[in-house]
Ligand binder design. Structure first.
Ligand SMILES: [Zn+2]
Length: 322
């Protein structure tokens, strides 16, 4: 006891690394650009270098290393199977690489999965045994905790809540499927829907906001337009919220969690635009009020540190330190 844990948040844009204590105190932290385009070896070198940079004077005081990495990832073997925003990251044995380099136990988890652990241990889900975490951002990811255990599935591939098919003939998804929740309610999907309707000739202030260059429309701009009263932009968020609500109803019916925690820039910055239609459809379409009347849906509490604290929470969970 009393030792340190090194937590790493490996993202497509930044590698954030911190020396932590078990209680979540961050002793020392650094961040570096991932520069993912330079490929696997360069990014791995930077990741390892960042761990060296935060090590304490007595290296033997480090008990373990935890990494939050993009999925799909097998948390039992610590192998990153593929990572869409990290070119070259296919079947990378991250756990083994770190254990060999540093001689301490290492653990790797899917970033959305470990975010659920972080929110349970340090954030909006403290003291709650059954929860679902959903991040709505560039993609839609999730983490499910049942009876204080993260649901991994037989191959470690569980909790892909963004790839529930909510609209069989809906838009193409990044996963190759069609009509997944991610293809309708993620940031890029909201922007794409607005572009589609404007391209079909419908009026919106968005056209002027991007000087007619529709490729520049982002979810953030659609949000601004909607806040300013633009009907088409409001409908884009309404649609996203409606389908997000449908996805949540399925999760309520299947898992009956005690709380839903929503993170990610789209969920956290769109306010009622997204949340109102989501709540409305849940009330109208859930099988019984028992599923939602005592089941709060709350914003995530941990902000930018969710990945680091997730990596730490993963280590604590793997060691059974509850
Ligand atoms: Zn999909």
């Amino acid at each position: 006891m009393g030792g340190f844990i090194v937590a790493v948040d490996l993202g497509g844009t930044q590698i954030r690394t911190a020396l932590c204590r078990e209680d979540g105190t961050i002793i020392k932290r650094i961040s570096d650009l991932t520069r993912a385009a330079e490929g696997l070896d360069a990014v791995l070198d930077r990741l390892i270098g960042s761990v060296y940079a935060v090590l304490p004077d007595r290296v033997e005081d480090v008990e373990a290393i935890g990494v939050a990495a993009p999925g799909p990832l097998d948390p039992r073997t610590g192998v990153v199977i593929s990572a869409g925003n990290l070119p070259g990251w296919t079947n990378v044995p991250l756990k083994n690489i770190l254990e060999r380099e540093f001689g301490v136990p290492a653990y790797a988890g899917n970033d959305a999965n470990v975010a659920a652990l972080a929110e349970q241990r340090f954030g909006a889900g403290q003291g709650i045994h059954d929860l679902v975490y959903i991040t709505v951002s560039t993609g839609i990811g999730g983490g499910i905790i049942v009876d204080d255990r993260m649901v991994l599935g037989s191959r470690g591939l569980a909790a892909e809540v963004g790839h529930q098919i909510v609209f069989p003939d809906g838009p193409r998804c990044t996963c190759g499927g069609k009509g997944c929740l991610e293809a309708i309610s993620s940031g890029p999907a909201i922007a794409a829907y607005a572009v589609e309707r404007i391209s079909a000739g419908e009026p919106s202030v968005l056209t002027a906001m991007v000087d007619g260059d529709l490729n520049r429309i982002t979810a953030r701009l659609v949000n601004e337009a909607a806040q300013a009263g633009d009907a088409l932009a409001q409908q884009a968020f309404h649609r996203a919220g409606f389908y997000l609500g449908l996805g949540i109803i399925s999760l309520m019916h299947i898992l009956n969690p005690a709380i839903f925690i929503l993170g990610g820039s789209v969920a956290l910055h769109s306010g009622n635009l997204l949340w109102e239609p989501m709540h409305k459809v849940i009330r109208e379409r859930a099988m019984s009020p028992l599923y939602w009347e005592h089941t709060p849906i709350v914003p995530a509490a941990l902000g930018d540190d969710v990945g680091l604290l997730g990596a730490l929470a993963l280590v604590l969970a793997e060691r059974g330190t509850v």
